[in-house]
Unconditional design. Structure first.
Ligand SMILES: [Zn+2]
Length: 312
């Protein structure tokens, strides 16, 4: 008699896993294929393949048996609406249930969005103030995803982009949406809270501009795929004599100009799509200095049109 392991390894190919899902579906033979029934017969745990494909609904879709999904197919928005009727305990119990089902002591917002049929992750933020507070109340840990390393410059650069976009200090919830490219949880993980991240940002912005790392002058609002930046370190040159404008100086110029174009008055906050640049009044090529006095905020259009439309 030949013994075989009754499990599929975690690193099985998608094709092997899909074959297994179909096999189990026919063994179970019911109208719907639930994770409970699946795990009774399968050689691989539902949580493993759920992680791989993004959710149970996606697993069944992938196997071509999407009609066997028993959950209600609803959007995040509908789930957010629904969550308003849930008690705090119901929300926390849902977090615990998902963690248990995934067999982990931490969960991500994506896990909630993929596995909950009664609420979206935003419901947790809405109810408890921050995602991490919700996790804490549910007795769960922070996800390892927040341990992804961003440099301090990248974290602050992202805050400045969002700050410029709204023309004011951004709220926690705004860090979850474009143009932010770093989650608020990352800031909480690094600084302890969103408030403390803002304090660190402002402290950095208040520093003098001498001999700091500088970032190339570029549009304030960036596309995601433009996120890679060239950075140079100028240790031997006075800041006024280098062309690039460091983060702190950009913040100061933008704040002084109220996050608006000094020519036409438009801002990203009031005119979506407006892109702000920091421009040298006296061009750098003509001995203009990189200083507060010689810098101003302009929208892309006014900046590009300066050679003919704004002759002084
Ligand atoms: Zn303008």
């Amino acid at each position: 008699m030949k013994f075989e392991l009754n499990t599929l390894p975690r690193d099985s190919s998608d094709a092997e896993i899909i074959a297994e899902i179909r096999r189990v579906a026919s063994v179970v033979g019911k109208k719907f294929l639930t994770t409970t029934d699946f795990d009774l017969h399968s050689k691989i745990h539902s949580s493993t393949i759920r992680r791989r494909f993004g959710g149970w609904q996606q697993v069944l879709d992938k196997a071509g048996i999407g009609e066997k999904y028993s959950g209600v197919k609803i959007s995040d928005k509908m789930r957010s609406q629904q969550a308003k009727n849930l008690t705090d305990d119901e929300i926390l119990n849902e977090l615990k249930r998902i963690a248990k089902e995934l067999n982990r002591d931490y969960i991500t917002q994506e896990d909630v969005n993929n596995n909950s049929e009664i609420m979206a992750a935003s419901a947790v933020v809405y109810r408890f103030g921050t995602w991490l507070k919700g996790l804490e109340k549910a007795g769960l840990k922070k996800s390892t995803q927040y341990r992804i390393k961003f440099s301090e410059d990248e974290l602050f650069e992202n805050i400045l982009n969002v700050w410029t976009h709204h023309g004011r200090q951004p709220f926690y919830s705004e860090m979850e949406k474009a143009p932010s490219t770093i989650s608020p949880g990352t800031y909480e993980y690094r600084f302890g809270s969103w408030r403390k991240a803002l304090e660190a940002f402002v402290e950095k912005m208040n520093q003098e501009d001498s001999n700091e790392k500088v970032i190339e002058n570029k549009p304030i609002i960036q596309e995601k795929n433009e996120a890679k930046r060239e950075k140079t370190i100028n240790n031997n040159i006075k800041s006024g004599e280098i062309r690039s404008i460091n983060l702190s100086l950009r913040y100061k110029v933008l704040s002084r100009d109220n996050f608006r174009c000094v020519r036409c008055g438009r801002s990203p906050a009031t005119n979506p799509g407006v892109e702000l640049h920091i421009d040298h009044k006296q061009p750098f090529s003509k001995q203009g200095k990189t200083t507060m006095e010689n810098l101003e905020t302009k929208c892309k259009e006014c900046n590009l049109g300066k050679s003919n439309r704004h002759i002084e």
